[in-house]
Design a protein around this ligand. Structure first.
Ligand code: NDP
Ligand code: X2W
Length: 344
């Protein structure tokens, strides 16, 4: 059994990790760490769990903790203070926050507004979009789990960039997210009165997922790529829908592009390519680790539109983190994640 700990215990990412890991055959949840509720019973915060998880919230002591792997489901600027000591002690880490995603420290400072982790520790982190991961148990110590918008975006664009099918300057990502993307703590824009029956664009030109998307795509294509990315907040609890527009390099039919996506993802259990003419809806992946992709080609205008949905808390965070753990330790990739979406 793999002994694991979860940090950020009273947040959404942590509670989703608990839900999924409770039915994982290879894992025992040894610790749930909370900096605000240490010593309290978890069911006081999450009554829906009752006695289904029998560890209390505790506080993380990096010198004493004794387990194989720790998930950080904490805001940015937290994990980087704990991880150096943990990896020195041989404990592996999967970080759901953005602390280890960007390789360029100047970009971290610009988009996160804080000093990044030390370069020597940053260099040890593997950014792992699970479907295209290069992690392995021998050398990987820190996994930087991708952000929610980058997950939907990069799974959509990977086949197009890999096969050099698009004008690299033409990428427009128009993405919508549910409110749980903002986490459990309160802020004005997620108050019921602000968010209910409302619809807004936010962080144009400043969202921290822009450099993350650009970093991955630039590496994949071998040239500097810039994207236009606009996130929107919609009044639903969970889900992301990204609509991505690109100019095609050459005339390619919808059938040919569709075939290429099917082939690219044929051995990837969580990416489902919809049939031509069908576009996924957020509820069709709710509570699951699936990423569903629909493809449209406008042959007259020589453009493609990719419509992609994920559940931000599952494939966009905790589910993908578990998928990464499964890959890292050689478990079945879908262990703990073999769940159909909740519908409706
Ligand atoms: N929500 C989403 O859809 C996604 C979230 N993520 C990322 O995952 C991480 C967790 O997100 P989420 O669970 O939604 O966020 P939440 O705000 O719901 O939870 C974060 C938890 O971290 C703990 N925490 C807060 N501040 C500190 C601090 N200064 N030091 C230590 N612990 C702290 C708190 O738990 P406690 O008091 O119990 O320690 C808090 O509940 C974030 O980095 C987020 O950006 C990534 C993809 C999608
Ligand atoms: C609605 C909302 O605020 N969503 C968040 C989602 C980001 C996220 O959770 O991912 P990180 O791990 O990169 O922080 C946002 O747009 O910042």
């Amino acid at each position: 059994m793999l002994e694991i700990g979860i940090v950020g215990g009273s947040g959404y990412g942590a509670i989703e990790l608990i839900r999924l890991l409770k039915q994982h055959k290879e894992v025992n949840i040894k610790y749930v760490f909370s900096h605000s509720k240490s010593g309290e019973d978890i069911k006081e915060t999450f009554p829906h769990l009752q006695d289904n998880i029998n560890v209390p919230f505790s506080s993380l002591d990096v010198d004493k903790v004794d387990c194989d792997l720790i998930f950080f489901a904490t805001p940015s600027n937290v994990s980087k203070h704990f991880i150096p000591k943990l990896i020195e002690r041989g404990i592996k880490v999967i970080d759901l926050s953005g602390d280890f995603r960007l390789k360029d420290p100047a970009l971290y400072e610009k988009y996160y507004g804080e000093k990044p982790a030390e370069q020597s520790i940053l260099d040890k982190a593997n950014y792992s979009l699970a479907e295209w991961s290069d992690i392995n148990n021998d050398s990987t110590k820190i996994i930087a789990n991708p952000g929610c918008f980058p997950t939907a975006t990069l799974l959509s664009l990977h086949p197009l960039l890999k096969n050099n099918l698009i004008n690299k300057e033409s990428i427009i990502i128009d993405a919508k997210t549910g409110i749980s993307g903002a986490g459990r703590s309160l802020s004005q824009n997620v108050h019921y009165g602000e968010a209910n029956e409302n619809f807004s664009a936010y962080k144009l030109g400043t969202h921290k997922h822009t450099p993350e998307i650009e970093q991955y795509l630039s590496k994949l294509s071998g040239s500097d790529i810039k994207v236009m990315f606009t996130p929107h907040l919609v009044p639903m609890t969970r889900g992301i829908l990204a609509t991505i527009y690109v100019d095609l390099n050459e005339q390619i039919s919808e059938e040919a592009l569709h075939k290429m996506y099917i082939k690219t993802y044929q051995n990837k259990p969580f990416v489902r390519i919809r049939k031509i003419g069908e576009f996924p809806k957020t509820k069709e992946v709710l509570g699951s680790n699936f990423c569903d992709i629909g493809i449209y080609v406008d042959e007259e205008r020589n453009k493609a539109v990719i419509v992609t949905v994920i559940d931000n808390l599952v494939k966009g965070a905790s589910g993908q983190a578990i998928q990464n753990m499964n890959i890292l330790y050689g478990f079945n990739e879908d262990e703990g994640l073999n769940l159909l979406p909740v519908y409706p």
